[in-house]
Design a protein around this ligand. Structure first.
Ligand code: MGD
Ligand code: MGD
Ligand code: SF4
Ligand code: MO
Length: 769
């Protein structure tokens, strides 16, 4: 195992140099960054440009943008220096957003399927025909099966009107991948321990943190500008970084200490950390005594998890654990145990998340400088809508894709408009997945429900973006689900494997061409931001809200879209909040200033707010005990490869987003195909050389072919590839057949208590082709 403990601090000077792609190279130097952002492009000798504000839609972080246009065409994407999500910085993916609008392969006009479903044969039709058909099918499904037979999957800022349409229709079956495929177990573990959800835009006081213990949170490549920038500033301000990852990433290269932990075993390391912290009394005594419950029980439960035990499981040397614990205690509460953002890996993702939150709580980080702060919220009331027939909808927090599940999820949330059919994916349903968030659902279970037509028939699907195939792990189930449907309508901007199966395609205007609903957020300051169109929609495309309104009107649900345009809707919302469109258009954002008293109440000795059943942070969560799920705290054995096998791992790279940028002609330039990382010893043993083509085969028989990169930057028992490649939709002419699909190799095992996918449990063989 390779550890790199003797880190040379002078390397800090390089911090800004290679982080995550070209544009972020300026991230460490905000003033220079801003100067560069504001400077005219050397080739800009043409007509003047106009500027409008927006927010990025190239990933889910939504950085503030300032977009320059000439002759009604967007020509340059820049960052909005006022926006707390990025302070003016735009990453490589964000810059490549122009090539979403101008993509040659873009969906350009409404189409209907003419060949077999999934064969990719289309005919152009008019918007009227497309919308009439969708409305007719909606009515037909409702009549024949009831509204619950519609499922709706969406992921992105555009998804909100589709959720509204589906809820107005009366189905409980709306879902976003963000819970079941990404952050579910992590958000849930925060909520169980503290009642506070630390996901979405995390409220970590990165700049002032003095010690980052990072469990594979690859913050420099799986990046979010504002977060990455805050972390860089924290490191520049002297924070120590201890990083764990089976692979030597860019973040590892910036760390003071790096440990190539055995995949899937983070929980064992974390339990041993808790063991040391409680036994050596390294925790924040005042905080634990006054603001937590369950300490004694926790102490008893972790006695068996010694550092020596953890070493045998994780490969992290036993003596390192007490040292890290003591170092952190010395810096607490300005410390942070950094969870991976996507906590969908192991057989106990919930336990891993819990132990991270417990450690943070033992160090008393809540509402403290350098720990976790409380955000200031900018309240912008929703528009007035007629009461949804569907009981839960009156209460639904319409956050358009943002997490908010710290509040109660009423039982009515998970049934159809007549109060009969429970969510088909079982999210929030007793006896199925009661811990899963019923607002976002379990997308993986929704596909299964469609494939098996259980617990009741789902006959129509509406998707708003996303890619069921490449962002899942089970092609067979997704294909079966799509083939089972009576009707599938896909709204999207670009072709992908999932919408290849649609009966009708509704081409959306891209985020550079449309207004969308307001972006509200809470950082140290509160804010509301606007997205204005930087250009007229190209081709025969329409914005998401207009599409939904026009379907709603045809399906007798027009009352849920009472405005003439989305612009009118946001004007009304701003007015209700005491502001105006004219005001927000000036800077793209309106802010409520940060308030240290509110952000860091712990600094004033004011107790934190923990909306748990006990009103305190629960070191052994009472809800889990009540549900008999508290065994999540205990370590469970993880799969281990045989002599001739490897752990299969995958992740992001700075200049690609999931499976959606491989066909972008800007980002494809950086990396047209992915490679399989393999250690030189493992490669030699198999007669494999750098650049060779290999076959990667999972125990269950699935396989992919890919070229290899022989590198010391990975454990001998592990292989790795960048996520998002291996596209098989021929319409994606740039991405088609390039590299291999991690989705077709990753595991579909489920977190046993949450229901989310735990993708990291595949074991693979690698052989030369
Ligand atoms: N195998 C594997 N699976 C994974 C992951 C992994 O690492 N490996 N990661 C997981 C994680 S963390 C997440 S968050 C999910 C992400 O899952 P998805 O949300 O499905 O991921 P993306 O690839 O970002 O899909 C975005 C799709 O939205 C569409 N789109 C883009 N812009 C617009 C627009 O303006 N309007 C509409 N209607 N559509 C648009 C495009 O077709 C694009 O393909 O995937 C998860 N699944
Ligand atoms: N450039 C770019 N940035 C992104 C995204 C993107 O698509 N592109 N997507 C965004 C989204 S939606 C998300 S959820 C986040 C995800 O951000 P992260 O949570 O950081 O997730 P990943 O990139 O999936 O994996 C991070 C690291 O975990 C390592 N790893 C794998 N298995 C283990 C293990 O068992 N233990 C440990 N300690 N490490 C392990 C991998 O080698 C990888 O380097 O990224 C966000 N940022
Ligand atoms: S991190 Fe990059 S891709 Fe994501 S929202 Fe910001 S600029 Fe866009
Ligand atoms: Mo994610």
């Amino acid at each position: 195992m390779s550890t790199h403990n003797n880190f040379d601090p002078s390397r800090r000077a390089f911090l800004g140099a290679t982080v995550g792609g070209t544009a972020l190279s300026i991230a460490g130097l905000p003033s220079q960054a801003l100067a560069r952002i504001n400077a005219p492009h050397p080739h800009e000798k043409l007509k003047e440009t106009t500027e409008v504000f927006g927010f990025c839609d190239m990933c889910y972080w939504r950085c503030g943008l300032k977009i320059r246009s000439r002759d009604e065409r967007a020509v340059k994407i820049e960052g909005n220096p006022e926006h707390p999500n990025n302070w003016g910085v735009v990453c490589a993916k964000g810059n490549s957003g122009l090539m979403v609008a101008y993509a040659p392969n873009r969906l350009k006009y409404p189409m209907k399927r003419v060949g077999e479903r999934g064969a990719g044969e289309w005919k152009r039709i008019s918007w009227d025909e497309a919308l009439d058909t969708v409305a007719k099918e909606l009515k037909k499904i409702k009549e024949k099966y009831g509204p619950q037979a519609l499922a709706m999957i969406g992921h992105g800022t555009w998804e909100k009107p589709y959720h509204r349409l589906a809820h107005a229709f009366g189905t409980p079956n709306t879902t976003s991948p963000v819970f079941g495929l990404c952050c579910g177990p992590r958000g849930l573990s925060n909520v169980m321990v503290t009642g506070r959800n630390l996901t979405g835009n995390e409220t970590i006081d990165l700049e002032n943190c003095k010690y980052f213990l990072m469990m594979g949170r690859n913050v420099t490549e799986s990046l979010h500008n504002g977060e990455t920038l805050g972390w860089i500033n924290g490191v520049a301000n002297g924070a120590k970084v201890v990083y764990f990852d089976p692979r030597y990433t860019i973040t590892a290269s910036k760390a003071d200490e790096y440990y190539a932990i055995r995949p899937l075993t983070d929980h064992a390391f974390l339990l041993a950390m808790i063991h040391v912290v409680v036994n050596e009394a390294l925790y924040d005594k005042k905080f634990v005594a006054e603001q937590t419950v369950g300490f004694e029980e926790l102490k008893k439960r972790v006695q068996k998890y010694t550092p020596e035990w953890a070493e045998s499981i994780t490969d992290v040397p036993a003596e390192v654990i007490p040292r890290i614990a003591r170092e952190m205690a010395a810096k607490a509460p300005s410390v942070f145990v950094y969870a991976p953002r996507r906590l969908t890996r192991s057989a106990n993702d919930l336990g891993t998340g819990l132990s991270i939150t417990i450690l943070n709580t033992l160090f008393g980080v809540w509402d403290r400088k350098g720990g976790v702060f409380s955000p200031i919220k900018f309240e912008v009331p929703e528009i007035d809508l007629p009461k949804f027939k569907h009981a839960h909808l009156a209460k639904r927090i319409e956050t358009g894709g943002d997490f908010d599940y710290s509040g109660d999820v009423p039982q009515a949330h998970i049934v159809d408009e007549k109060g009969q059919f429970q969510r088909a994916d079982g999210a929030g349903v007793m006896g199925r997945w009661p811990l899963a968030n019923a607002q976002y659902g379990l997308t993986n279970e929704m596909w299964k429900a469609m494939a098996e037509q259980k617990p009741y028939p789902i006959k129509m699907l509406m998707t708003a973006g996303g890619n069921g195939f490449l962002n899942s792990t089970d092609y067979k189930t997704i294909r079966q689900a799509l083939m089972n449907l009576d009707f599938y309508v896909a709204a999207d901007v670009m072709p992908n494997e999932m919408n290849m199966y649609a009966d009708i395609i509704l081409p959306e205007a891209s985020y550079l061409e449309r207004y969308d609903d307001l972006q509200t957020g809470g950082a140290k300051e509160g804010y509301v931001a606007v997205r204005m169109p930087a250009m007229k929609p190209l081709h025969d495309t329409r914005d998401a809200w207009t599409i939904c309104k026009q379907i709603a009107e045809r399906a007798d649900l027009g009352q849920y879209f009472p405005h003439d345009s989305i612009k009118e809707l946001i004007e009304e919302r701003l007015k209700k909040a005491g502001h105006s469109l004219a005001e927000i258009e000036k800077k793209g954002i309106i802010k409520v200033p940060a308030d240290p008293k509110e952000n860091f109440r712990g600094e004033q000795g004011i107790p934190s707010v923990f909306p748990t059943p006990s009103g305190k942070a629960e070191l052994v969560p009472s809800i889990l005990k009540m549900m008999k799920f508290d065994d999540a705290l205990d370590y469970v054995e993880q799969v281990r490869p045989d002599e001739d096998e490897f752990h299969f791992t995958f992740a992001r790279i700075g200049f690609h987003t999931h499976a959606r940028t491989q066909d972008n002609i800007f980002t494809a330039e950086f990396m047209p195909e992915n490679l399989l990382w393999i250690h030189p010893e493992a490669a030699n043993k198999r007669g494999i050389k750098d650049g060779d083509l290999v076959k990667v085969t999972v125990r269950d028989g699935r396989s992919e072919q890919i070229k290899v990169k022989v590198t010391l930057r990975i454990r001998k028992d592990t292989v790795f590839m960048v996520h998002g490649y291996g596209h098989f939709d021929k319409r994606m002419t740039t991405a088609y057949n390039k590299g291999a699909s991690d989705s077709n190799l990753a595991s579909s095992a489920q977190e046993p208590r949450v229901g989310s996918i735990s993708m990291g449990q595949s074991l693979v063989k690698v052989e030369k082709v």
